[in-house]
Design a protein around this ligand. Structure first.
Ligand code: ATP
Length: 280
């Protein structure tokens, strides 16, 4: 693992060559005329990987999510340098609907669901772009296995679900689009540790089902403990990258990059052990 606190971590050729996955290559991003939010950010999600992007508030994580899902223009941002490639195509300027059609779905920060619709209607809305009814039926069954609480509540109005259930529904709705890559923006935000552990297990199940995951999180311990590879973003630059567990084991990262005190680091380590135990 390379320690380059002074600047961005170079993108290794081995990771960049994942041409069938997502490759962000030295992207710079700006909103309007304001200052640059991302500076020469490089990141790869290879097929079948869970990749974590962690960093403190305001580091630019959501901006990176917008950059790879076609949402940047909608928020008044643009890529001023560098490129984004997905499945071998230059998708830097693609719209969000085009990204979804090409296999990239997302859940937004703040677990947006259609609050007035039922759980089932939310799922139907998620699968609207799909024509294959049999595949949709099977996917719905799989999602109900993955999220038994949603099955129990499938006729309930989504706005009345708990925070954790709404997060599950947001995830399930995105999975109804049959993505090959799913981008999750802060899925654990504001949720109790037990629910955070369920989210971690779900992310692993999604990977096992063949979908790659870009997991954007402030909860670095949860994200890095399940990630094949991780990137630390600080002030718009990737300052560290490496296998998730390797980054996680680095006390320096916990205290220096993620702003955790020694106590926080110990609490996070406890949660990490609990996630591991729950999966054993
Ligand atoms: P958080 O964890 O708080 O969501 P983050 O790491 O996701 O933070 P971003 O939301 O990407 O960070 O924000 C990075 C910077 O970009 C912040 O300074 C923010 O104010 C700015 N920013 C975000 N969205 C816009 C926008 N639409 N227009 C202008 N500036 C923006």
């Amino acid at each position: 693992m390379k320690d380059t606190r002074e600047g961005a971590v170079p993108h290794t050729e081995a990771r960049r060559s994942a041409s069938e996955g997502l490759v962000v290559d030295e992207a710079c991003v700006r909103y309007g005329a304001s200052t640059q939010v991302l500076t020469t950010v490089s990141l790869t999600v290879a097929p079948g990987e869970v990749v974590a992007l962690v960093g403190a508030n305001g580091a630019g994580k959501t901006t990176l999510a917008r950059t790879v899902t076609g949402m940047l223009g909608f928020h008044g941002g643009r890529v001023t340098q560098g490129r984004v490639h997905w499945a071998g195509q230059d998708t830097t300027t693609w719209s969000a609907p085009r990204m979804v059609r090409s296999g990239v779905s997302q859940t937004l920060e703040g677990r947006r669901v259609f609050a007035d619709l039922t759980v089932d209607q939310n799922l139907v809305a998620g699968g609207m772009t799909q024509r294959d009814r049999k595949a949709l039926r099977e996917r719905r069954e799989w999602l109900f296995e993955l999220f038994p609480r949603l099955k129990e509540r499938y006729q309930q109005q989504a706005g009345l679900l708990s925070g954790g259930e709404q997060q599950m529904l947001a995830l399930a709705r995105a999975l109804m689009q049959f993505p090959r890559l799913i981008v999750l923006d802060e899925p654990s935000l504001g949720l109790a540790p037990k629910i955070v552990m369920q989210i971690a297990s779900t992310v692993k199940a999604i990977r096992e089902a063949g979908t790659s995951v870009l997991l954007i999180e402030q909860n670095a311990t949860m994200a890095l403990s399940i990630a094949d590879h991780g990137y630390v973003l600080a002030h718009g630059k990737v300052t560290r990258s490496g296998p998730g567990r390797e980054l996680l084991a680095d006390k320096d990262i916990q205290t220096f990059y993620l702003g955790l005190s020694e106590d926080d680091a110990n609490r996070q380590a406890e949660l990490d052990r609990a996630v591991g135990a729950a999966d054993a």
